[in-house]
Design a protein around this ligand. Structure first.
Ligand SMILES: *[C@@H]1O[C@H](CO)[C@@H](O)[C@H](O)[C@H]1NC(C)=O
Ligand SMILES: *[C@@H]1O[C@H](CO)[C@@H](O)[C@H](O)[C@H]1NC(C)=O
Ligand SMILES: *[C@@H]1O[C@H](CO)[C@@H](O)[C@H](O)[C@H]1NC(C)=O
Ligand SMILES: *[C@@H]1O[C@H](CO)[C@@H](O)[C@H](O)[C@H]1NC(C)=O
Ligand SMILES: *[C@@H]1O[C@H](CO)[C@@H](O)[C@H](O)[C@H]1NC(C)=O
Ligand SMILES: *[C@@H]1O[C@H](CO)[C@@H](O)[C@H](O)[C@H]1NC(C)=O
Length: 490
């Protein structure tokens, strides 16, 4: 029996060889049969396409009671991570199909596998990872290509890698509260900015009405309003989930009316503008968009200098409303005025498409309408580069005040570095001799190091447990309502 090749091994070897052969064939191109006609981009002109998008429609982040009084406690009671809804999946799938239609020529005849040509990066939330998967399903259906596998499902869908960093170490997309203490402080303090105080003054009556109606004596003007707005919006669009009456507002709490809903929306929109520095606050914009923009420009640099050798053709960043808003702010296209009209919170699926063309120009495009995914994107122009194709170097120069590499970003965030060694300076000055003081100091340092190591180990273990529970529950117990949205992009 020994020496005989088991049939299954042989079969798998065959598949392996065929797999290699199939890789060399160029039948990995996109399928167009099932797509509506639309604008196609001239493949020969493109070097790299990068997309930063918000996830599709999700559940509300917070629950509010249908009737009766609302307390701050009620607003804390959404124990799960807001998931992508069925509509949200459909939106992102459609978005993927749109991208396939628009860029199919660009993907054609690649001798590299799809996963070498397309990179998908997501923040570590259920809704963004799910969005990325739905998008890819629409962008790269496997039927009729080498990626098709042997199952009824294999004609429609194939696994595709989605990269993600732990939520606590993601300065690019998520920017969780521990990631950047300095920025967290800035988020929490938007209420003290002059323009915010002005709005609060203007909306005094509104605040009084809300307090009276909800029984919330003191609530956070920005954070609570944003959470209520989110819940109200969700109920407006999904009345059937809350009641069997289909009038869009029938699931609202008894105290809610259109006037109040508009007020909450106005506040939530302003909050978004101020958090990402839409009012011209470049420091906030730098904190929120800088590291991501750095990566985006670095990738454009790489494509530019390695033209022809770089296989990467598309990068999809699956993120949040704040990511899209902060890039708009970086481009000086997210300006806030009290009078309005203002751009507001980017819609579900909102995206910025950045096309690097072979003549080293960048075309920036915006999509912001989940109900009309197939509409052509709008061309964005930086106020100081009023042409549809802005030279890459010029665009870089215009944004350079907010672009920051992640290491520098961390320093600016005030993250505690490992400066332990510096603090363990020798405490001499007594009457002991030099040699003795060195020995004593050395011993002290050694003890201190051992002690520090033990402490660090304990801290690490405790934190790891905390983080684990955080990952499991999505929202952790420490996740306080009053500063929730500020720390967790939506
Ligand atoms: C750059 O290339 C695009 C096509 O990829 C073209 O439409 C545009 O006019 C060119 N811009 C400049 C400045 O050459
Ligand atoms: C791939 O699937 C789509 C939708 O299911 C279908 O319309 C199309 O004809 C298929 N194409 C091939 C090449 O099988
Ligand atoms: C909306 O509700 C608030 C609070 O209950 C109330 O003060 C206000 O008069 C209502 N507005 C309208 C137009 O019904
Ligand atoms: C629908 O509404 C009716 C009348 O208000 C109620 O009796 C019934 O239980 C409701 N059904 C569901 C599924 O909520
Ligand atoms: C926003 O608009 C106002 C008024 O039009 C202007 O004064 C201000 O400079 C603008 N800010 C930015 C960041 O563009
Ligand atoms: C891209 O390249 C230019 C030089 O051409 C350089 O000045 C810039 O720092 C680079 N940007 C990034 C983000 O790597």
């Amino acid at each position: 029996m020994q020496g005989r090749i088991p049939m299954s091994d042989f079969a798998s070897s065959l598949f392996f060889v065929f797999g290699i052969l199939l890789r060399f064939c160029s039948c990995d191109g996109p399928i167009l049969d099932d797509l509506p006609r639309g604008v196609e981009v001239n493949a020969a002109d493109l070097l790299l396409v990068q997309v930063v998008h918000r996830h599709g429609e999700r559940e509300a982040l917070f629950n509010i009671p249908v009737a009766g009084e609302t307390t701050a406690k009620d607003l804390k009671s959404f124990p799960k991570e807001a998931q992508l809804t069925a509509d949200g999946v459909r939106q992102m799938y459609e978005y993927g199909r749109f991208m396939r239609q628009r860029y199919h020529k660009y993907f054609e005849n690649g001798e590299k596998s799809s996963s070498q040509r397309i990179r998908v990066i997501s923040s570590a939330t259920d809704r963004t990872i799910s969005s990325a998967q739905a998008l890819i399903a629409g962008l790269l259906p496997p039927n009729g290509t080498a990626r098709q596998w042997n199952s009824p499902l294999g004609a429609h869908w194939v696994p595709f890698p989605v990269y993600s960093r732990p939520s606590t170490h993601d300065g690019l997309l998520l920017n969780f509260k521990d990631d950047c203490p300095v920025f967290t402080e800035m988020r929490d303090s938007i209420g003290t900015m002059p323009i915010a105080l002005q709005l609060q003054e203007e909306m005094k009556d509104f605040t009084r009405d809300v307090s009276r109606a909800t029984g919330l004596a003191h609530y956070d003007f920005f954070e609570t309003s944003t959470a209520i707005e989110d819940a109200i919006h969700y109920r407006r669009t999904h009345p059937q989930l809350f009641t069997n009456v289909t009038a869009p507002t029938s699931s609202w709490p008894s105290w809610m009316n259109n006037t109040l809903a508009d007020g909450f929306k106005r506040i939530a929109d302003m909050r978004m503008q101020l958090v990402v520095g839409g009012n011209g606050d470049r420091v906030r914009t730098r904190f929120r968009a800088g590291a991501l923009l750095y990566e985006i420009f670095e990738r454009m640099n790489a494509s530019r200098w390695n033209a022809g050798k770089n296989y990467l053709k598309m990068v999809q960043y699956s993120g949040h409303d704040e990511n899209v808003a902060a890039i708009l702010a970086a481009l000086n296209l997210y300006n806030y005025t009290l009078e309005g009209p203002n751009f507001g919170i980017p819609e579900f699926t909102a995206s910025i498409i950045m096309e690097l063309h072979k003549n080293n120009t960048v075309r920036l495009l915006l999509k912001n309408d989940p109900a009309h995914i197939w509409d052509d994107p709008v061309v964005l122009m930086h106020p100081e580069c009023q042409v549809p194709f802005c030279p890459l170097d010029k665009l870089y120069a215009l944004l350079s005040d907010v672009i920051v590499d992640e290491e520098t970003w961390k320093e600016e965030c005030g993250l505690p570095g490992s400066k332990l060694g510096n603090r363990l300076s020798m405490r001499s000055g007594s009457s002991v001799g030099l040699a003795e003081s060195i020995v004593i100091a050395g011993t002290l340092v050694a003890f201190a190091l051992i002690f520090a190591t033990i402490v660090a180990l304990v801290v690490y273990l405790v934190r790891r447990r905390k983080r684990r529970s955080l990952d499991v529950n999505g929202y952790s117990a420490t996740y306080e309502f009053s500063n929730t949205n500020g720390h967790r992009p939506a």
